[in-house]
Design a protein around this ligand. Structure first.
Ligand code: MRU
Length: 348
């Protein structure tokens, strides 16, 4: 399994955050060693590290990096707090980033050793959550669709690369495959940054899982032609009423799945649930540069002066979602506007 994010402590040296640079995949497996706040923010914003749960771990280890830099450079407490805030909000949509940073920041008073232990706990718990939700998701799908090999469609990348380990929606595919219940997967290419064709396909190939890659524009037709039995995606933020933000293009898959009468499943660790936000309308959607849409492989494909609209995420309303799977269980949203996730003391 690929390791997207890992804390390493080379012999005798201070620890650094090692990232698998996802901008270089699948052509090159390039590692980055991150030891400053600006390096980490740059890696997050370039999507060298990406995917909501992996961003949660990046936020958590970011507090360690900020404390190390503060000690090296003699920052005062305010400078350190500001640096942690900059990490927490380096990208706005995935709630996990700020959640991971805030959770570890809360133990900062206990010193570096405690902070590092808490960051390790964030990463460790993410893997455990992903493995559990994968079991629950596979159980739900086989109970709903029948105990038989299933064909899936997925969007973006939700595998080990997007998490501390294992994967979310991808973890369910992995679990079905291990049980001999996954026939094949349709992978949306996921414009504009191609997480599907570059990353999901790379992971599926390494795991020996049969799949085809298709243009995002093929998704609705694939579903309406009956070529898949279910759709499964991850989430960057799930609000209290069950609306789910995920990579741009997800809501189109959900609409087609609803029309075709196949389940559209959202899978995420509970750290992606934002109980304090009532509905998806309140989620800040990251807008990225025009160049990501107007260029292909660094070469402009549009006439000079053309402008782009490049939201990185969309929101799927809960009534299009058949099941939300977290490590805490499976929730089946309905048309009724009832809060599905209640505010808990576990979130500050
Ligand atoms: O812009 P990205 O690549 O960070 O977007 C990632 C996604 O939309 C994922 O589907 C989501 O974070 C879930 S990852 C388990």
């Amino acid at each position: 399994m690929a390791r997207a994010i890992e804390w390493i402590e080379p012999d005798g040296a201070v620890g650094v955050l090692r990232l698998l640079d996802q901008t270089a995949l699948p052509l090159e497996e390039r590692m980055l060693e991150i030891s400053s706040v600006d390096e980490l923010i740059d890696a997050i914003q370039r999507l060298a590290v990406r995917g909501a749960p992996a961003l949660g771990a990046a936020g958590a280890y970011g507090v360690v990096i900020a404390m190390q830099q503060a000690a090296r450079e003699g920052w005062d407490q305010q400078h350190l707090a500001d640096a942690i805030t900059r990490i927490a909000y380096a990208r706005p949509t995935a709630v996990n980033l700020a959640w991971g940073a805030r959770r570890v920041d809360a133990v900062r008073g206990g010193g570096m050793e405690l902070v590092l232990l808490e960051a390790h706990a964030v990463a460790r718990e993410d893997e455990a959550a992903n493995r559990e939700l994968s079991r629950l998701g596979a159980d739900w799908l086989l109970a709903t669709l029948g105990d038989r090999p299933l064909r899936a469609i997925t969007h973006c990348n939700t595998g080990a690369l997007a998490t501390s380990a294992w994967g979310t929606a991808y973890g369910i595919l992995r679990e079905l495959h291990d049980r001999g219940r996954l026939e094949m997967v349709h992978v949306d290419e996921t414009r504009p940054l191609l997480q599907g064709v570059r990353l999901t396909s790379w992971e599926l190939q390494r795991d020996g899982i049969d799949h085809v890659v298709q243009c995002d524009g093929a998704a609705a037709s694939t579903i309406l032609r009956g070529l898949v039995d279910f759709a499964v995606i991850g989430a960057d933020r799930i609000t209290a009423n069950g609306d789910a933000a995920n990579k741009i293009g997800s809501v189109g898959v959900a609409l087609a799945a609803k029309r075709a009468g196949i389940p559209f499943v959202v899978a995420a660790p509970y750290s992606s649930v934002d109980e304090r936000t009532a509905t998806g309308d309140e989620i800040e959607i990251e807008e990225r540069s025009d160049a990501e849409v107007l260029q292909f492989g660094g070469v402009s494909v549009a006439a000079p002066g053309v402008r782009a609209f490049n939201p990185a995420f969309d929101v799927t309303p809960h009534d299009l979602i058949a099941a939300i799977v977290t490590e805490r269980g499976v929730v089946e949203p309905s048309d009724a506007d009832v809060p599905l996730f209640m505010t808990e003391t576990t979130r500050d």
